[in-house]
Design a protein around this ligand. Structure first.
Ligand SMILES: NC(=O)c1ccc[n+]([C@@H]2O[C@H](COP(=O)([O-])OP(=O)(O)OC[C@H]3O[C@@H](n4cnc5c(N)ncnc54)[C@H](OP(=O)(O)O)[C@@H]3O)[C@@H](O)[C@H]2O)c1
Length: 259
């Protein structure tokens, strides 16, 4: 799928974290296709440069930006660079994420997700460093730049696995998921989304959570039934909301997800 450049989004400045592969790379490609200048955030220079170069060759204005969301210096340097080069940030997609408790399946252990009762504090810290504290660190650093944009949009990549409503429903498959570290990190991200949406209401900055669905990426050893093209659609929609669009919603391309 290719979105066409239009007068509405051309020239906007976007940052996608964790964009060297998977959903982040596809979101960066699509925002670039709309004519935005996209900072492709990646913690690894080689992987990030490769992805940015490939997207540039397909016509998108993408710039590699070294960004490890768990490293304060890296986050601060990233904000400084965007500030110096662009002076503002129109779109922030907090996409970087890990699932350390979704262990790689093998022939011996086809399903090896760690059960809640076996989850350690270390699994939690490792996961929260990226999926929770990383989002807050990036948001804190980028907020002055978002405030300088006329109508900034923030998209947090969440999951139904973070839904308290679905976890509380024993008939829902989500309630059988396990993955305590990952699921609770996305539940925290959902509350963080609502807090920012409420705090920034009336400023023109809209903050929402996107549900990509179950997408085949490294995160799940490519076991998801959906493609990255399908999975990126909700995030691109929320990143390009018009003035007066919603804030504090949790949306997939098939509709709202219960918090
Ligand atoms: N795939 C799904 O079905 C699904 C469903 C719901 C939600 N999501 C969410 O969608 C987002 C993207 O996931 P994905 O499926 O595209 O996974 P992925 O292919 O594994 O991509 C994850 C990205 O995050 C980056 N990352 C990890 N730790 C980072 C750090 N400390 N700093 C900066 N970047 C870091 C990875 O970089 P490296 O290459 O350097 O590791 C990679 O670019 C995640 O937030 C995930 O939770 C995915």
């Amino acid at each position: 799928m290719q979105d066409m450049p239009d007068g509405l989004h051309a020239g906007k400045v976007a940052l996608v974290t964790g964009a060297n592969k998977g959903l982040g790379r596809e979101i960066a490609r699509r925002l670039g296709g709309l004519g935005m200048t996209v900072y492709l955030g990646a913690r690894d220079e080689q992987r990030g440069r490769q992805a940015a170069d490939a997207l540039r060759q397909s016509g998108a204005d993408t710039q590699f930006l070294q960004l490890d969301v768990t490293d304060q210096h890296s986050v601060r340097r990233a904000a400084e660079r965007i500030g110096q080069e662009a002076g503002r940030l129109d779109v922030l997609v907090n996409n970087a994420g890990i699932a350390v408790d979704a262990e790689r399946p093998s022939k011996q252990r086809p399903s090896s997700d760690i059960r809640a009762t076996d989850t350690t504090a270390e699994h939690m810290r490792w996961t929260y460093d990226v999926n929770v504290f990383g989002v807050v660190a990036v948001m804190q650093a980028m907020l002055p730049l978002l405030r300088r944009a006329p109508a900034a949009r923030v998209v947090n990549m969440s999951s139904p696995l973070g839904s308290l409503t679905l976890h509380a429903d024993s008939a829902s498959r989500v309630s059988q998921a396990g993955l305590l570290a990952y699921c609770s990190s996305k539940a925290a991200l959902n509350l963080i989304t609502l807090q920012y949406a409420n705090a920034l209401r009336g400023t023109g900055i809209l903050v929402n959570a996107a549900n990509p669905g179950l997408v085949a990426t490294d995160l799940n050893t490519f076991s998801g039934p959906r493609t990255v093209e399908q999975g990126a659609t909700a995030a691109v929609h929320l990143a390009t909301l018009p003035a007066g669009g919603p804030t504090g919603v949790f949306l997939g391309d098939d509709g709202p997800v219960p918090w």
